[in-house]
Design a binder for this molecule. Structure first.
Ligand SMILES: [Ca+2]
Length: 551
């Protein structure tokens, strides 16, 4: 009854969750003549499918007792409803050009390392679906997150700006402002239906940075990053706009399944259910004039529940440690592996749904992670070599903290099984998505579109440099220039220089042997950033300075 109860509670909005019997009825109807009639009717009805429409189907089904009669009743109901509300109902839809635009999904993992996936060399943790995604698309070897912790990394992903120009350059209680353009705003203006499911972290309640003010039509998830540690939270935030057919929702949504310390509903499971519904409801089709969608699916695993970790020593909270229960590993590591395989299973479900809906060829799927592997919640990132061959982890500007898996699949457009050494970063996503959506972006951006390389064309537009700054240990900077990587461990310190083509693990500082390269990077660093009162350059705290010197 629990899932029914959940479905019922969410059914007021367009994201009903579990495919309970009303939704099954809808699915059956889609393959019948009734669907053809439905297509000719008011598009407003489409948006009600997960809510009032589904409930209507359920009621008619129950009342008439069989599919056939329910279908007949449905036709009558649709006709009557159309007569009542068709006037003006199409006006809310932006015109989509004759050339259909592809939909876009960005799946983001939280603290997943460069070495955590089979297709990136992981040997113990099973990730068959992500490996399949890579086999069917393009896998990048030299792609970088926006930062080495959550909020600034996600800010770069959303705004197309690196941490030398972005508003949010560290984990802090800051909110995006009205003038901070996001990829969701760009895509919404281009006619996309935009949804965010999962962790936001770029603006709390009652600020200018909530998802619905930053381009997302719908949102279900955590606003606050610390709240996102709680995998069995008793509430999430939800925004769903009101329409003529449904009242909408704006506020906290409670989950009695998790009240009083109960662990009945794992939030990443819920996010997957919501994402599957989002795809089902928003798939482009004649009824919505082939309106494409953008889904930003920001999972919270395999991040640790840090508070649980402090209480119990094991913050790797997951419903089951299967399929690793019998492994002779520490419980924290079994849980971490189970989290990653669980995430992989979610991705498999999403890919299956795209195929089932027959939109896999017209949907570009991105998968990445926001920063390197952590050593929180009782895990040791070395246990599975989660950073692969790279140096450093989360909170480092060495490669392990910022170099990420990136897989992009677009059947028929991106060649299968390609491995690319193209250098790119999170701030490239906004311009790439804009070009996929056939729209222009004005204003300052640090990113460039990677669409040419995705389509197998010459990538003539290249970064001269990639730039990061990090403020938790004083002031640290990093630059990637060609095969060179420079790191400044603290304000005023000389640059360390590594040649990644010969020394991927950043073990040999070759600054002294390459003064002209160091000078070029120093020249660039003089122009790489704008000053920010929020993020002043400050000396390293004594402990961090000592730590930096050790490295
Ligand atoms: Ca993170």
């Amino acid at each position: 009854m629990k899932s029914n109860s959940l479905t019922e509670r969410l059914a007021v909005c367009s994201w009903s969750l579990q495919p309970a019997s009303p939704a099954d009825l809808v699915a059956k109807l889609e393959s019948t003549a009734i669907r053809r009639v439905q297509l000719a009717l008011d598009p407003l009805l489409w948006w009600t499918r997960g809510g009032a429409f589904a409930r209507f189907c359920g009621m008619t089904s129950q009342f008439f007792g069989d599919w056939r009669r329910a279908g007949r009743a449905l036709l009558l109901g649709l006709a009557a409803t159309t007569a009542l509300c068709s006037q003006g109902a199409r006006t809310g839809y932006p015109a989509i050009s004759a050339a259909r635009k592809p939909s876009i999904i960005f799946i983001l993992a939280d603290d997943l390392g460069y070495g955590d996936l089979g297709c990136y060399g992981q040997t113990k943790i099973k990730t068959p679906n992500l490996d399949r995604l890579a086999a069917e698309g393009m896998r990048f070897t030299d792609f970088y997150a926006g930062s080495t912790v959550c909020a600034p990394s996600r800010c770069a992903l959303m705004t197309g700006l690196h941490t030398g120009h972005a508003l949010i350059r560290g984990n802090a209680a800051l909110a995006l402002r009205a003038q901070d353009l996001t990829v969701a705003e760009v895509l919404k203006r281009a006619g996309y239906r935009t949804g965010l499911i999962g962790k936001w972290g770029l603006g709390d309640a009652n600020t200018t940075g909530v998802p619905q003010k930053k381009g997302f039509d719908e949102f279900l998830g955590y606003l606050d990053q610390v709240h996102a540690h709680d995998y069995y939270t008793d509430h999430l935030w939800r925004y769903d706009p009101p329409t003529r057919a449904k009242p909408g929702y704006d506020g906290q949504m409670g989950f009695p399944e998790n009240e009083g310390g109960k662990k009945g509903l794992y939030m990443d499971d819920l996010f997957t259910s919501a994402a599957l519904s989002f795809l089902r409801i928003n798939k482009p089709e004649p009824l919505n004039k082939y309106r494409p969608f953008f889904l930003y699916l920001a999972y919270t695993i395999p991040h640790a529940n840090n508070e649980e970790g402090q209480r119990t020593g094991n913050g790797m909270e997951v419903p089951s440690d299967a399929p690793y229960s019998d492994q002779p590993w520490p419980a924290t590591e079994k849980n971490k592996a189970a989290m990653i395989t669980r995430l992989d299973t979610y991705v498999g479900q999403l890919l299956d749904k795209l195929k089932e809906l027959r939109i896999d060829d017209s949907t570009v799927v991105f998968f990445s992670s926001d920063n390197g592997p952590h050593q929180e919640g009782g895990v040791d990132p070395k246990f599975f070599q989660s950073a692969g061959p790279l140096r450093g982890i989360k909170r480092d500007l060495y490669e392990g903290g910022i170099r990420m898996p990136l897989i992009v699949r677009w059947p028929g457009k991106i060649k299968r099984g390609v491995v690319s050494g193209q250098v790119g970063a999170f701030w490239d996503f906004l311009p790439t998505a804009a070009e996929i959506a056939q729209t222009n972006v004005t204003g300052q951006l640090d990113g460039l579109s990677l669409l040419p390389i995705l389509l197998g064309k010459p990538q003539t537009n290249q970064h001269d440099f990639l730039y990061w700054e990090f403020h938790e240990r004083g002031f640290q900077q990093a630059v990637r220039m060609g095969d060179w990587k420079a790191v400044r461990p603290q304000a005023g310190a000389p640059l360390e220089l590594y040649n990644l083509s010969a020394d991927l693990g950043e073990k040999r500082n070759v600054a002294a042997q390459n003064p002209e390269v160091v000078a070029k990077i120093e020249d660039y660093l003089r122009t790489a950033r704008t000053e920010s009162e929020l993020w002043p350059i400050k000396p390293a705290p004594p402990a961090a300075a000592k730590q930096a010197q050790k490295k």
